[in-house]
Design a protein around this ligand. Structure first.
Ligand code: ATP
Length: 222
């Protein structure tokens, strides 16, 4: 078993307020890992640390054994570690087509239109006027265009109808199964998450309170 990501003793926060207190977690290669927890637990902060848009105040982060704690987000993305953030994931003022063009950097983006056929119908529509689900699809399409080896997705299902959320989770699941990508899903939607994730971490007030398989967690909760 190869470890894709190893976070050790991670501390992070805002201004002088520490909100993640020494989190240690590892994610094996090719696994879908769920990061669950209540509001304010620190899931977004941790996802941002993994993506490189939030500084690591303490501890270390290794990717396939290499220390990437100080590697800028754009370098991580170029190397294949891509964050789909909770907010600001798309250019709302640009049409869908131009969003995809920017993300595809001049290469063909038709494959993501096969994945998200609704986006093919919305190519001329301003991205900011898409429905919430369509905007998340566009954000996910952006990440998939980068051909990620590691996909970190923050709140994929936030505010979405269960059927739309299920569709998005299915796309992520296929990516892991077909391309062997490693996926970290920070989300509150525990049912959809537990169906997909084989490894789950529960975060509460900035600390890990559970680490194990989704079956173990389901047994504990239910
Ligand atoms: P949610 O599910 O509500 O998004 P979360 O588990 O993702 O919650 P975070 O968003 O990481 O949690 O927030 C963790 C803590 O950090 C919370 O107490 C939150 O108020 C605080 N926090 C988040 N963003 C900021 C910020 N920009 N400035 C100051 N504090 C922040």
């Amino acid at each position: 078993m190869t470890l894709e990501l190893e976070l050790h003793g991670c501390r992070a926060g805002y201004a002088r307020l520490e909100v993640v207190h020494g989190v240690t977690m590892s994610v094996p290669t090719g696994v879908v890992c769920g990061l669950l927890g209540p509001n304010g637990a620190g899931k977004t902060t941790l996802a941002r640390v993994l993506g490189g848009v939030q500084p690591l105040w303490g501890g270390s982060l290794r990717w396939r054994g290499d220390d990437i704690g100080r590697m800028p987000a754009r370098v991580r993305a170029r190397e294949g570690l891509v964050l789909v953030p909770e907010t600001d994931a798309i250019f709302p003022g640009l049409p869908v087509r131009d969003n995809l063009r920017v993300f595809a950097r001049g290469t063909d983006f038709s494959a993501v239109l096969d994945t998200f056929p609704i986006l093919a119908e919305r190519l001329n529509q301003q991205a900011g006027t898409l429905s919430g689900g369509e905007q998340r699809m566009l954000a996910l399409a952006r990440a998939l265009l980068a051909d990620p080896r590691v996909l970190i997705v923050d709140e994929l299902s936030l505010g979405l109808a269960p059927a739309v959320a299920a569709e998005l989770f299915a796309v992520v699941g296929r990516r892991a199964a077909e391309a062997g990508s490693t996926v970290v899903l920070a989300d509150q939607d525990s049912d959809a998450m537990l169906r997909l994730a084989s490894l789950v971490y529960v975060l509460d007030r900035g600390e890990i309170t559970f680490a194990g398989s989704s079956a173990e967690l389901a047994g504990r909760v239910g």
